[in-house]
Design a binder for this molecule. Sequence first.
Ligand code: HEM
Length: 413
Amino acid sequence: MADTLTDTADNAEQPIPEFPMPRAAGCPFAPPPGLEELRDEKPITKVRIWDGSTPWLITGHAQQRAILTDPRLSNDEKFGSFPHVSEYRADIAKVTPKLITNTDAPEHTRLRRMVNGPLLLKRVEALRPAIQKIVDDLIDDILAGPKPADLLTALALPVPSLVISELLGVRYEDHEFFQRNSNIALDRDALPEEARAASGALSGYLDELLTEKLAAPGEDAMSEMAARVTAGEMTRSEAVHMGVAMLIAGHETTATMISLGTLALLENPEQLAVLRDTEDPKVVAGAVEELLRYLSIVHSGLRRVAREDIEIGGQVIRAGEGVVVEISAANWDSAAFPEAERLDLTRNARLHNAFGFGPHQCLGQSLARVELQVVYSTLYRRIPTLRLATSFDRIEFEESGTTYGVRTLPVTW
Ligand code: HEM
């Protein structure tokens, strides 16, 4: 059966498109047009990436959900032709220890269970008042400070950093150290040695924090991991790596959603009004889902490799072949979201793939949702005259990192 199916790579007449693809000038929120064409014509097809290899690219919404839940798909970066994002990432994968992001079941299930508790919806909901205070204090500072302000540095970056500090149990007096180093570790303009030094400082700090929590546990994620280390369920090194993973995975993503989301809302004032004029948490929650769908900020593709042959959508992905799942194409798939190109905060966008899908779907999604709900429901009500302090066409977009966002967001009011 498999032999009768098309293998695009073997078909010399079909040129293999390059990935990633450029966005269209003047359409900064839309997925690259080439991706949308592929999704509509060949939602499972081969593409060529930076090292000349040709992994499969999955762009359709339904196809992504099918492949991401297939147990034959692996996150093992050392297996077969794993499609690394860049040469740098390929190099570090050779020495990366086993992490939540690069393991498969049952190892992955075990690691995930170690930190599930503090990120469960019920526990995260209990943090809502603390998150509200963080957001209100930062907005107080913005209002008391000079105009214009850069929303990225004044609000978008500090919110996730302060929230994750709270969740992990970082001492209040260390928040600034934590925030400064995580900003450098994530800064695309930082020199590699600066970024490495900042990451090293964070790991060192979390290692010390773990020692403290082993001696005097509190009510936080690091203390829960300390208890698991004592019980022999995880190693010290796993606990420290997990803390770093939570920090890194949750920082830039949430910050980008706050800044790019605000830009999209300022460009769509009738949608911004939906958030500004409501007191209904369900409306706010729905708006957050739609912004996650519309912006699809994780834009470099989720990377996987096939452990065994997988037959899907009339194609066969052979064992050892790479798979790239590009989220924005699926989130703008009109088969799943009619008039997908329209930002409509009242639509039901809940089935978006912005947090991925399947066993590796975002572990921090409940936390991210609460953070975004608090920010979006507070910012435009507290600063109803918020507007760009520059023209839209002067905003610089950042395309090189894991997330697609803005370099700065100058605002005034
Ligand atoms: C709006 C903000 C966020 C977005 C859009 C986002 C998006 C994603 C996506 C797409 C994945 C799946 C990656 C894959 O399948 O290869 C993921 C995984 C992950 N995210 Fe998030 N994320 C966000 C916030 C957070 C936060 C706040 C945290 C932490 C507290 C977090 C922690 C993680 C972790 C640990 C994983 C790896 C899970 C695993 O491999 O099992 N994320 N995220």
